[in-house]
Design a binder for this molecule. Structure first.
Ligand code: BTN
Length: 263
């Protein structure tokens, strides 16, 4: 087993902002809950909260995430930006591209992004992102970008209900040698730092350009649940705000801001 070593992670941090302040706990209920508490106590913009395991890892749509010790990455990045809440969804795309780039660079595996926030390898989910925003008087108070990346989890650590749809980098690599989580964490934070700076100076387009490279869904026929209603269509792309564009049966282009895709 390899360990999370906060000094190793710090050594690998190249950016000046994201991950400059790091918080590490061996076990927490949820890194995103801890990030929220730290935000209230004045934690700095760009801080990252990392844990070796979580007892109540939270996912999208109220799902819980099994977060075993000693093998994966559970991390939440705290942002206190000045931009408007409408463009906050871009943070999910920045996180997805940062994780995908890091997987490709450090393992040579070929990640694909399932809009908006799942990262798949060989069609199995290895990473998910949960972006949560808190606003005050229509302004952002803070954003917490929670990232899970299954790194060295073994097949039997996944419950039978998800064994066919979830995986880890180790399983997909087919190797025995464990992947260094410390290097992976530094890499994700460094990429996030770079893409976030680009986003602040030029908007989401450079991020979207990279996102398209990993986007494995163009032209696919899907069903998506939007506010309890099922919409069917063919994926026509991602718009400049990061929304999904769907061509529906009556040839209309529907813009979907959030939802859960079924193939
Ligand atoms: C998803 O549903 O795909 C998103 C899962 C996000 C889980 C991560 S783990 C780190 C952070 N802390 C949480 O409680 N949730 C996010």
């Amino acid at each position: 087993m390899e360990f999370i070593d906060i000094f190793e992670i710090k050594k690998g941090i190249k950016g000046t902002f994201i991950g400059k302040n790091l918080y590490y706990e061996e076990k927490v209920d949820s890194t995103s809950n801890l990030a929220r508490d730290l935000a209230a106590k004045g934690a700095k913009n760009g801080s990252a909260v990392i844990a070796d395991c979580q007892e109540k890892g939270r996912g999208r749509n109220g799902k819980t995430w099994s977060s075993p010790c000693g093998c994966n990455i559970y991390m939440s990045i705290l942002l206190k930006p000045k931009f408007s809440p409408e463009i906050a969804q871009g943070m999910t795309l920045i996180a997805a591209v940062s994780v995908a780039d890091s997987i490709l660079e450090l393992t040579g595996l070929a990640p694909k992004i399932k809009w908006p926030n799942d990262i798949l390898i060989n069609s199995r989910k290895v990473s998910g992102i949960l972006t949560e925003m808190s606003t005050r008087n229509k302004l952002i108070d803070h954003i917490i970008v929670g990232i899970i990346l299954n790194v060295n989890a073994e097949r039997d650590s996944f419950g039978p209900e998800i064994r066919d749809i979830a995986s880890s980098l180790l399983i997909e690599s087919g190797k025995e040698e464990h992947i260094d989580r410390n290097r992976m964490i530094s890499s994700i934070l460094n990429k996030f730092d770079r893409y976030y700076e680009m986003f602040l100076s030029t908007g989401l387009s450079p991020v979207l350009e990279q996102y398209q490279k990993y986007f494995g869904m163009m032209g696919k026929e899907i069903e998506i649940k939007v506010n309890g209603k099922t919409v069917k269509g063919i994926i026509a792309g991602i718009d400049p705000m990061g929304a999904l564009l769907l061509k529906t049966a009556d040839n209309q282009l529907e813009r979907v801001v959030s939802g859960e895709i079924n193939f």
